[in-house]
Write a protein that binds this ligand. Structure first.
Ligand code: FES
Length: 290
């Protein structure tokens, strides 16, 4: 197999010596859960970081494009300043997402951030050179910054599309569950004291894990994997006065009634099944299954 440098970064355990103290510091700096939820993009229903990144990337790339056009120095400077202004919120939201990622993702995220910091340094020097009247040097430094941003962006793409950071890890459920009522299990097999129980919705539903919570004479059923990073919700806890199921991995809380996100880092809901009991069996139906 040919050497894959990004795969090598994913498995570079020595990077953990740098990752760990930064992760601990970030964990303390990010503040309480409501602040983190804003940074993760829970309110938006999508991760916020990739959206903000577009502003910086677009501004820096446009500055370099304008450098090729005579007489656009002022516009280039303004665009570089815009890129800097957007870089701080981009970095903070990225750190929030990174702090609750898997270790392989955090190693790649560390190198991604290092390229971006180097790119910012290059653009900072570029702006300083431009303000000192050295336009050629400023243009060259801007192009160097663009190259570094490209490398950082490549790793950002790897984080998103190969390692699935920020993706909805519960998106497949409505495609796997057949429409209509499905037999899940016997009522007598389920705890009724609010302890989450894992059951499998078997053939013809492609073995979809479901978590069932029985409490106050009712059963709630959600898809069994957390939408953040596939954490096993059946190992989680019922919280918020019996209203939510909280993931054991990073603490996302999902409403037992409808699967919506009550606390991040998850930004996407999990599937909530309708439940009925018939002849001692628990039947479930997923609205929207197809
Ligand atoms: S896997 Fe991260 S909160 Fe569930």
């Amino acid at each position: 197999m040919p050497f894959d440098p990004v795969s090598a970064v994913e498995h570079a355990e020595p990077l953990d010596r740098v990752v760990e103290p930064i992760r601990n510091a970030v964990g303390k700096l990010l503040g309480p859960a409501p602040v983190r939820d804003v940074l993760h993009g829970v309110w938006l229903g999508h991760p916020l970081h990739p959206t903000l990144v577009q502003v910086s990337l677009g501004a820096f790339m446009s500055a370099s494009a304008l450098d090729l056009t005579p007489g656009s120095e002022r516009a280039s400077r303004a665009l570089i300043a815009t890129g800097f202004a957007a870089a701080l919120p981009s970095a903070v939201t990225g750190l929030a997402d990174w702090s609750v990622a898997h270790e392989e993702q955090q190693r790649v995220g560390l190198v991604h951030a290092a390229f971006n910091v180097a790119a910012l340094a290059s653009y900072g020097l570029s702006l300083a050179a431009r303000l000192a009247g050295r336009r050629r040097t400023g243009t060259a430094l801007g192009l160097a910054g663009l190259g570094l941003l490209g490398a950082g962006g490549y790793l950002g793409g790897h984080l998103s599309f190969r390692q699935a950071v920020g993706a909805n890890h519960a998106e497949d459920v409505p495609h796997l569950v057949r429409p209509g009522w499905q037999d899940l299990c016997a009522v007598d097999d389920l705890p009724a004291d609010g302890t989450p129980a894992r059951r499998i919705l078997g053939a013809p539903n492609d073995d979809v894990p479901v978590v069932v919570v029985g409490q106050a004479g009712r059963f709630h059923a959600l898809s069994g994997r957390c939408s953040h990073l596939s954490g096993p919700l059946s190992d989680g806890e019922v919280t918020d006065g019996g209203r939510c199921l909280t993931c054991p991995w990073h603490g996302s809380a999902f409403d037992l009634e409808d699967g919506s996100v009550r606390r991040g880092p998850a930004t996407a809901p999990v599937s909530a099944f309708e439940v009925r009991v018939e002849n001692g069996r628990v039947l479930v139906r997923l609205p929207g299954a197809h």
